[in-house]
Design a protein around this ligand. Structure first.
Ligand code: MN
Ligand code: MN
Length: 467
């Protein structure tokens, strides 16, 4: 094959290159920050390159993208454990090369103001590429006018909540309608946390007045019904005001059905689930360290876990995110005081996502390798406006490459990971294969299991929606 090359070049030889469409043995030529070409094994023989990497027996995946996590995030009297330095390092160990955090509108204030501040926190500190989605707390004319500004700033996705009235984050139905209309008009995508607030209020009141404070009552106070009802309401709203919408952290079997039916009717609804909903059940809320497994929506039942895997396999669920939001364990204990309603909810999982997806998904035969690539990278690139730079390993794409060695197994523990926490939700799990090396735009971030990247290598990704 004849190729003209210039700049720093790398040739990755003999790996199994995986894409959303399939996987095959191929050699990968990298020039500077980009994939220059893919060729049949041996296609680039004789070509002079700066570095040759032997990847025989290894899988080559497009760098993972995480569209849902919370870095440097103040919450219930504490702050999430990851910042843009330690969080992006842990992400890279987990095969992630691009992540999208949130910038939250201050109550009654400007989201654009907060976006510059949050971007300032990330700028120069990240090992991998990054972007922000907005979080909208109201739908005032001033806030709606900022939606096209967000889109022009390369942040065309923004989230709102149907719950958390008591902390001032609930978006009422009238507000959601206005945001949907503005979204349709300017071409953004609404991310939405769906749990019906009044249902939670009622259940919470019932449990607390009965003196039920143990962790399992967190699940009872936020039942599947609350999530199902909120998603069903969103579907009915989309029939009236259709606009691209993305349900975050889908966790129930019924939600999968509701979303599947809405998609069959042609409604522009998308959804993700998260690593922990695919791997853990509410039994964790009755075992040791139960308070560290409190997250919202709560962990569900095995029946839900099975339905989520099925939704992933059949295509209804399009994305798996981490929703990384752990707080220091000492703060969880100090603030929780043995009461589920006082515990700052959220778990750290940014590094574990690929390990769990590969082991529980591909290795155990629940999803194919191409489907893993799709739900952890390609679909996210397409839905969040990062395609075609990110999400695949075709010519012209950014050279964001994960070299995964599928052989061998190891025990995941908080000590074997690099997250800034002493709690691992998947403590003791046997993981098949491991992330060997990770390149972000042609440069090693992880090499043979060691962090070699530089904080500041990561760049702000400008996102543009194309649907
Ligand atoms: Mn949420
Ligand atoms: Mn979240």
């Amino acid at each position: 094959m004849e190729v003209l090359i210039s700049g720093k070049t790398k040739l990755i030889l003999g790996g199994e290159v995986a894409s959303a469409a399939g996987s095959m043995r191929a050699d990968l030529l990298i020039e500077g920050e980009k994939i220059k070409a893919q060729g049949m094994p041996g296609a680039f023989a004789g070509l002079e390159v700066d570095e040759t990497i032997d990847a025989s027996g290894k899988l080559l995946l497009p760098g993972l993208i995480d569209p849902h996590l919370h870095f440097n995030s103040p919450f219930m009297g504490t702050v999430s454990v990851h910042d843009f330095s330690n969080g992006t390092a842990a992400a890279a160990f987990g095969g992630i090369t691009t992540l999208i955090d949130f910038s939250t509108q201050p109550k009654g204030g400007s989201i654009m103001g907060n976006l510059s501040q949050k971007e300032g926190e990330a700028e120069g500190k990240t090992y991998i590429d990054w972007s922000m989605s907005g979080i909208l707390l109201d739908a005032s004319p001033e806030t709606l006018a900022e939606i096209p500004q967000l889109i022009r700033a390369g942040c065309p996705t923004y989230k709102c909540f149907t719950t958390y009235k008591h902390s001032g984050r609930l978006m009422d139905d009238a507000g959601i309608f206005r945001i949907l209309r503005t979204t349709a008009e300017y071409g953004g995508m609404l991310m939405i946390h769906c749990e019906h607030d009044a249902t939670i209020d009622r259940c919470l009141e019932k449990e607390l007045s009965a003196g039920h404070f143990a962790s399992i009552y967190h699940a009872r106070s936020r039942p599947a019904a609350a999530e199902n009802m909120a998603i069903q309401r969103l579907v009915e709203m989309l029939k009236q005001e259709p606009a691209p919408s993305y349900v975050v952290h889908t966790s129930t079997a019924e939600s999968v059905e509701i979303i599947q039916m809405a998609r069959a009717q042609g409604l522009p609804i998308h959804s993700e689930t998260c690593t922990h909903y695919l791997a853990l059940t509410e039994e964790k809320l009755e075992g040791p360290n139960s308070q560290f497994y409190i997250c919202s929506p709560p962990l569900r039942t095995q029946r839900d876990v099975d339905a989520l895997w099925q939704g992933l396999a059949t295509g209804c669920l399009e994305v798996v995110s981490s929703d990384d939001a752990g707080v220091p364990t000492k703060d969880n204990l100090r603030l929780g005081q043995g009461r589920f309603d006082k515990v700052p909810s959220g778990m750290s999982g940014i590094e574990a996502r690929l390990s769990i997806l590969y082991t529980e998904g591909v290795h155990k035969g629940r999803i194919s390798l191409p489907r893993l690539v799709e739900v952890s990278s390609t679909n996210i690139a397409r839905l969040f406006g990062l395609y075609p730079e990110k999400g695949h390993l075709g010519p012209g794409a950014d050279a964001d490459v994960v070299i995964y060695d599928p052989s061998g197994s190891w025990a995941m523990t908080s000590k074997s990971l690099h997250m800034n926490t002493d709690f691992c939700p998947f403590e003791g799990w046997t993981i098949q294969g491991h992330v060997e090396s990770v390149l972000c735009r042609g440069a090693y971030v992880i090499r043979d299991g060691r962090l070699v990247g530089k904080p500041g290598h990561g760049q702000r990704a400008f996102r543009r929606l194309t649907f």
